[in-house]
Write a protein that binds this ligand. Structure first.
Ligand code: GLU
Length: 543
């Protein structure tokens, strides 16, 4: 009995690995094209970090004329949830970062390198495990959980590294006949990798983001095939990234410690290793310290949060790009009108330590993004959001013609309004513009000029003598100054500042009184435009 017999006994029906080597031919791509993937486990929560990774991977693929694919890593069936994969893919679709190849939302494959779901690749992994068994680079291990616990306990007592390595590998040198007999006997087992490593030796790894790192060689005989016949992540990713032609593995830096093992697996399997780019996790300031954005503690960790809040997808993507490459912000300033796709992303510029994810900054970016939208775009997106999340706003927006006028105030010019960061802001921002809503939540807190008689005087005189609905903006403004002058206020702020004792105030104080009277607020977009949209009849009612 030899290794071949053992391999045949364990995997009697699998194809020879050469079948897969021939089936998945090298990708025919232009020189320099990169193949990247996002490889989530479908645990039922679409993390913003996943969108971040996909955005980066897709960007590099597009920039180099390569491929971005998504592989669902569902070999840990205990952690998996129903529809986990389709939720991830739907989110990528919504954000327009859908991969070139993956499983379709209905579960079928789209691409020539599939299946793109690991649980459907069992035979492939087993073929390669069989190859390793035949070569003596893998072996069956019969240690029970109790035995493994005992080994761990002994290691802890002896203050040695834990794991299955070196002198602790009980089954590594088991005679083949004995192993065959045990299997025939029905003893349960798993398959382990026989690591050729020596931890006294070092390996050098050049990470695309982190630069050169040195590690001791791996000597752990890790499990490659579990008792359910499915592979472990380590083994599966090596085979998949090889057969699917990945050129750069972009993944979270929690995996960087696995590099010695992964490079060793590639080597022993006879594969050329891809490049690795380990990116830092998204971090958040919590009190005085930084911590990882947490699925449990931070609502903004879920991609669904942005939809609920009504933060446009473009804002989320722009902000993520901002985090990924700090030069994006400057590029955006210099190219305010260009599509984000035109930005040259440089993976080497990604930060080595945790990237700060800051909602305040995200909303700031979003204000800029929305400020460039037309009234029609703002209308359509708020309407879509309101349909799902805000009945009252939806009712307000039903009057489309009027709403477009309201949303068009201070928009489309070269200094557009920047007060909307998310669709859930819209209702409050435009509330007073709707006659049936006005007065309902306005506070009417007058500012500097707050004496009732003075307010009345200003409003009365303005509407009796100066206001004319058909005035253009300049005339309107000049009249505001005339009114100021007539009532003892300075025409210009400058004049007032030079000699405050000569005036009751300045033209700004006068327009603030008018503004508060007709809107209930002291901060609004352009008052002239507001008055135009409200129209004379409504203004008369309000005063
Ligand atoms: N399935 C692994 C995870 O979700 C992927 C790691 C990788 O990208 O290789 O963390």
């Amino acid at each position: 009995m030899d290794r071949k017999d053992l391999a045949n006994l364990i995997f009697p029906d699998v194809k020879d690995y050469t079948y897969y080597e021939e089936k998945y031919t090298k990708r025919d791509l232009p020189e320099g094209a990169q193949v990247l993937r996002y490889a989530p486990s479908p645990t039922g929560f679409v993390h913003i970090g996943g969108l971040y990774q996909s955005l980066i991977a897709k960007k590099i693929a597009k920039q180099t004329g390569g491929i971005f694919y998504v592989r669902i890593e569902d070999t840990d069936q205990k952690r998996e949830i129903e529809n986990g994969a389709s939720q991830i893919l739907q989110a990528l679709k919504d954000y327009d970062v859908f991969p070139d190849e993956t499983i379709n939302i209905d579960g079928s494959d789209n691409g020539n390198y599939g299946p793109y779901m690991q649980s459907k690749r069992k035979d492939i992994y087993q073929s390669y495990a069989k190859k390793l068994l035949e070569e003596g680079n893998a072996y069956p291990c019969f240690c029970s959980p109790e035995e493994l616990d005992k080994i761990r306990g002994d290691q802890e007592k002896a203050k040695e590294r834990t794991g299955y390595y070196g002198k602790w590998t009980k089954c590594r040198n088991m005679p083949i006949d004995m192993a065959i007999e045990k299997i025939k006997n029905g003893d349960s087992y798993i398959v382990r990798f026989k690591s050729p490593g020596n931890p006294d030796k070092k390996i050098k790894h050049k990470d695309v983001i982190k630069g050169s790192i040195e590690f001791p060689e791996n000597d752990q005989d890790i499990v490659i095939i579990k008792s359910d016949g499915l592979p472990t992540y380590h083994f599966a990713h090596a085979i998949d990234d090889h057969l699917m032609g990945t050129t750069i593995v972009t993944r979270g830096d929690e995996w960087v410690a696995s590099i010695p093992l992964h490079l060793q697996l590639f080597y022993v399997l006879g594969f050329r290793a891809p490049k690795y780019a380990h990116n830092a996790p998204l971090m958040k300031i919590d009190g005085d310290s930084k911590r990882k954005l947490s699925k449990r503690k931070d609502p903004e960790a879920a991609v669904s949060y942005y939809k609920e809040e009504g933060i446009p997808k473009q804002s989320v993507k722009e902000y993520l790009m901002n985090i990924a490459n700090s030069n994006f912000e400057i590029w955006r300033k210099q190219n305010p009108e260009k599509s984000m796709n035109k930005f040259e992303f440089d993976i080497k510029k990604m930060g080595v330590s945790g990237a700060l994810f800051d909602m305040v900054k995200m909303l700031d970016v979003s204000k800029n993004v929305i400020s460039k939208y037309t009234a029609e775009e703002v209308y359509n997106q708020s309407y879509e959001w309101a349909k799902e999340y805000d009945k009252e706003l939806l009712e307000m927006l039903e009057n489309k013609e009027y709403s477009l006028k309201v949303l068009g105030i201070e928009r489309g010019n070269n200094k557009p309004r920047k007060d909307i960061a998310k669709w859930s802001d819209v209702k409050d921002i435009i509330y007073y513009m709707y006659p049936e809503k006005f007065n309902k939540n306005e506070q009417f807190e007058y500012q500097k000029v707050n004496e009732k008689s003075e307010i009345e005087k200003i409003v009365k005189l303005y509407f009796e003598k100066y206001y004319n609905e058909s005035d253009d903006k300049q005339t309107w403004f000049d009249k505001m100054k005339d009114l100021a002058e007539e009532l003892g206020y300075a025409r210009e702020v400058k004049e007032y500042k030079a000699n405050p004792e000569n005036y009751k105030g300045h033209v700004g104080d006068i327009s603030t009184v008018i503004r508060i009277t007709i809107t209930g607020r002291c901060n609004t977009p352009d008052l002239y435009e507001i008055m135009q949209v409200l129209g004379k009849d409504e203004l008369m009612k309000r005063i």
